[in-house]
Ligand binder design. Structure first.
Ligand code: DHB
Length: 285
């Protein structure tokens, strides 16, 4: 599947992923909010900004949750031609209560998606709480399971870096009833890469989420550790720097059941060709 945020915001982008000619078996949307947002993609004068850039071994972005709003992604899910593919809606919102409101709309539109992916770790909007990620995720998932006892979901995890953090997160996830999968990992927050005048991206002083090859060994470590720590019913998807069949194999060796492709989709070239290249050259199983 694609990684949420990469070529999955507009109808045209979703149609390309969802097309019969593209071997992606799951299509996931851009992380959405209740209403549509331009995020960091336009400045205060309405001029388009450079919010994404390739850098030597990966990418940096500060998109700021530019998306078409939950109603669009529900409508797309209800009207798309299924082509035997699953459709997941990535839910962000800018607060827990906004997440709940978005989820209520999803629940009230049965069949609009196969699963939701909950994103608690958008690094490019104003962060108002400074609690450890597993505390935020624990509070969020408890509340969501309370309000929607039958809603199954996946969670996009932030990259974590040591045993204490991994154990704390695994403990939180193992205690949830309705979790189906985790995706490891979201981008590394607040990287910077200089250009001749400031950073290579414009919003937030040039600071943004890092993806691509920089992320790969970090994601592999997260996958490997969670493969040991998480309850086996929780599927693990690898996400970080996938561009070749060898990358997919590396994630599988660490225990991933599948992968999400992110930064690579942002490069020049057809999304379908990229998925087809990977699936034609990767052994199943
Ligand atoms: C954005 C970036 C992320 O890494 C994420 O998980 C969600 C949103 C963004 O900038 O829009």
């Amino acid at each position: 599947m694609n990684a949420s945020g990469c070529k999955c915001t507009t109808q045209k982008e979703l149609e390309e992923l969802n097309s019969e000619d593209c071997s992606a078996n799951i299509v996931i949307t851009k992380s959405c909010t209740l209403s549509s947002r331009t995020g960091n993609t336009v400045d205060e004068f309405g001029k388009n900004t450079k919010w994404f850039s390739e850098i030597p071994h990966g990418t940096i972005n500060s998109n700021g949750l530019c998306n078409l709003g939950i109603d669009f992604y529900i409508e797309y899910g209800l009207t798309r031609n299924k082509h035997n593919k699953q459709y997941y809606i990535s839910v962000a919102g800018t607060s827990l209560s906004e997440k709940i409101t978005i989820l209520r709309r999803i629940v009230n539109n049965p069949g609009c998606c196969d699963l939701v992916e909950l994103n608690f770790s958008c690094p490019n909007i104003k962060q108002e709480d400074f609690l450890p990620e597993w505390v935020v995720i624990d509070e969020g998932l408890k509340k969501i399971e309370d309000v929607f006892p039958n809603l199954k979901y996946g969670v996009k995890l932030p990259p974590l870096f040591n045993k204490y953090q991994w154990r704390s997160m695994a403990n939180v996830l193992n205690n949830k009833r309705n979790i189906m999968y985790v995706s490891c990992c979201n981008s590394i927050p607040n990287g910077y890469f200089p250009s001749d005048n400031g950073g290579v991206i414009e919003p937030r002083g040039g600071f943004g989420g890092i993806g691509g090859l920089y992320l790969k060994p970090i994601s592999l470590a997260n996958v490997k550790v969670y493969n040991k720590l998480l309850h086996p019913k929780i599927i693990i998807y690898g996400c970080g720097g996938v561009k070749t069949p060898e990358d997919v194999m590396d994630f599988k060796k660490c225990g991933a059941a599948g992968v999400q492709i992110g930064s690579w989709l942002m490069e020049e070239g057809s999304v379908a060709d990229k998925f087809n290249y990977i699936s034609d050259n990767t052994l199943k199983g």
